[in-house]
Write a protein that binds this ligand. Structure first.
Ligand code: GCB
Length: 604
């Protein structure tokens, strides 16, 4: 799916800004043909939750409505006009002038609809109804309930089956873009690098709608120099002396695609892409022929006020903070991040593990992992109880369609912390891995990240994955505060994985300790900045002792908002930065460690 850009044949109307907003109290039916009653001003893109300073809005479960007017300049009416949402969380019904024109379920991927037939000249009323309901059929998974209050009114409640606040709203940019009536619909770019000859074959596949006499593809380098020119909708070229996209040293080529009628360029789109080779060989993760070591984070899209809404200044800052401490990668835990972030990562050379919103696939989810491990947790029956398979297939399709050309995307993560140890997990996951592998023409490695209850002897799905990705909290949820015992347990588990899969790379995709900025102790007590540092030093020793260990992505980059819970004090405090992005003490330790570990060639 192409990202909307302005070219010589395409333009964009930006619909970001102040909209009207109301929660749906389900007392009176709302008519999408009329302006919303008693609506409040709200900023888009952003979560609605933290903007209005009202408890009933912040905690609202159910439906909300957004509204704005849209006027299309006359000169645009001859073009094909497309209304596009970067995302709408979690389910959207879109109305123009009272008519429902599209519906989309899934809060983290874009969707679009042609609107020419629904528009009139002058003002048009654009209304979006959103639901933030999550249940056992959606991704993420929520525990959904309906009760009746004293007045006989239905009360909906979504209890997150995951550890982040259920922010919702129009989270990402909303645009109307124009294309000619005959247009370039999609572009798929697959580079194949020949490292020995320093060349690359680049395959470009173009989907078009309407009639073109010819389609021309020009490959440009960063100096705008033409390196290849081809004609057709499935074309190949070979680039000699190729500039590779390297971790932290991005190089982006551009494929300029032109649809031609009678010698005239009717439509034109330019897609940036990087050329790099990813391979897994004998327990190592290679980028461009050298073993890559992941240093970085699990993150969240989470900032003050914007909530989960796009915040480009924070995105830029976060990447600069990563660079400042020697990190080179992150995982889009626990959902696809904005297209704007992915484009930034392409440009900055950040290696991304791109994750679906499959989180919460565990009926026994709670924070008490020791109870879970000893059988004292909530009841396990995930694969008979949850009905998320269809949603899961859909998010894999939509994620790969959106992100397939991004150089930064080096791995797909199919899920976070599912019940991979329960009976039925293999049958659930095997078709999902097969689908991802079939759809991704770049054949990137696929993985899922596993919870502590999924051990070498209990994981039913590890044969499906290309990399063993572990979320491990030895010394925190287990052996809490006892780092000596934790170190032994962590090292012992890694040995077991290495024995089981001598040829699969292993990495940590989460490890961390809640730490309140400003808490200190002479005695290494949990929650203090000293303990956080001791915890990371312990884990570093474990990692360095494991041959096939290819990366450390800690949890979390920054403190973030969660639902209420006795394990959470105004959110999750495992950040190495607080929510304002101020560093905790451990940042100095990590900077020293990570700056001394090269991105490529650390463990030969
Ligand atoms: C995990 C989850 C993550 C939580 C984290 C924690 O394993 O993947 O969503 O926030 O643990 O801090 O408990």
């Amino acid at each position: 799916m192409l990202y909307p850009i302005v070219t010589q044949t395409r333009s964009i109307l930006d619909l970001n800004g102040i909209w009207k907003f109301t929660i749906d109290k389900e007392v009176e039916k709302i008519d999408p043909a009329k302006p919303l009653k008693n609506a409040k001003n709200i900023a888009v893109p952003a979560s609605f939750n933290d903007q209005l300073a009202l408890q009933e809005i912040r905690q609202h479960s159910g439906f909300v409505w957004y509204q704005r007017e849209v006027t299309i300049p006359n000169y645009m009416f001859n073009e094909r006009l497309v209304l596009r949402f970067g995302s709408a969380t979690h389910e959207a019904w879109v109305y123009i002038n009272g008519k429902e024109i599209t519906h989309h379920k899934g809060g983290f991927t874009p969707f679009e609809v042609e609107i020419n037939n629904f528009l009139k000249t002058g003002k048009n009323l654009l209304i979006v109804k959103l639901s933030n309901i999550l249940d056992y059929t959606t991704l993420p998974v929520g525990n959904y309930s309906e009760t009746v209050d004293a007045n006989g009114k239905k009360v909906r409640k979504v209890d997150e089956n995951f550890d982040f606040f259920n922010y919702a709203g129009l989270h990402r940019p909303i645009k109307i873009y124009s294309t000619p009536k005959s247009y370039i619909e999609d572009i798929t770019i697959v580079p194949d690098v020949d490292l020995k000859n320093k060349s690359a074959k680049v395959n470009v596949e173009i989907a078009t709608k309407g009639k073109f006499d010819a389609v021309k593809v020009t490959i440009l380098d960063e100096e705008e120099k033409e390196v290849a020119q081809m004609t057709g909708t499935t074309v190949d070229c070979t680039i000699q002396n190729v500039h590779l996209w390297q971790p932290m040293q991005a190089y982006l080529y551009r494929a300029k695609v032109e649809g031609i009628v009678k010698g005239e360029v009717v439509d034109c789109y330019t897609e940036e892409f990087g050329i790099r080779k990813i391979e897994i060989v004998k327990g190592k993760f290679f980028i461009n022929g050298e073993p890559f070591y992941f240093k970085g984070f699990g993150k969240h899209e989470d900032t003050y006020v914007n909530g989960r809404g796009l915040n480009e200044a924070y995105n830029v800052l976060d990447i600069n903070l990563m660079k400042a401490i020697g990190a080179n990668s992150f995982r889009t835990s626990h959902y696809p991040y904005s297209e704007e972030m992915m484009r930034l990562c392409d440009r900055e050379g950040i290696v991304v593990i791109d994750e679906t919103p499959a989180v919460g696939l565990m009926t026994a989810f709670n924070f008490d992992i020791s109870a879970l491990l000893s059988g004292g947790g909530k009841k396990e029956n995930t694969w008979n109880t949850m009905h998320t398979h269809e949603a899961h297939m859909q998010v894999i399709r939509e994620l790969i369609a959106r992100d397939k050309n991004h150089a930064c995307v080096c791995v797909w993560s199919i899920a976070n912390e599912a019940s991979n140890h329960e009976e039925g997990a293999y049958e659930y996951f095997a078709p999902l891995f097969a689908l991802a592998r079939e759809l991704d023409k770049q054949k990137r490695p696929c993985t899922y990240v596993s919870i502590m209850s999924t051990m070498p002897n209990t994981d039913k799905t590890s044969s499906l994955t290309d990399i063993i990705c572990l979320n491990r909290y030895y010394g925190w949820y287990l052996q809490h505060g006892d780092l000596l015992t934790a170190e032994k347990a962590a090292a012992a588990e890694l040995k077991e994985w290495e024995k089981l899969y001598p040829d699969k790379p292993i990495m940590y995709t989460e490890y961390g300790a809640d730490t309140v900025s400003g808490f200190h102790s002479m005695y290494g007590e949990p929650f203090t900045e000293e303990f956080q540092q001791d915890y990371y030093e312990m884990n570093s020793r474990v990692f360095d002792g494991c041959k096939n260990f290819v990366g450390e992505q800690l949890w979390n980059f920054a403190d973030f908002q969660t639902k209420f819970g006795i394990f959470r004090v105004q959110g999750n405090k495992k950040g190495i930065f607080n929510r304002a992005r101020e560093p905790k003490m451990v940042v100095r330790y990590l900077r020293k460690r990570w700056k001394s570990i090269p991105d490529l060639g650390f463990k030969k």
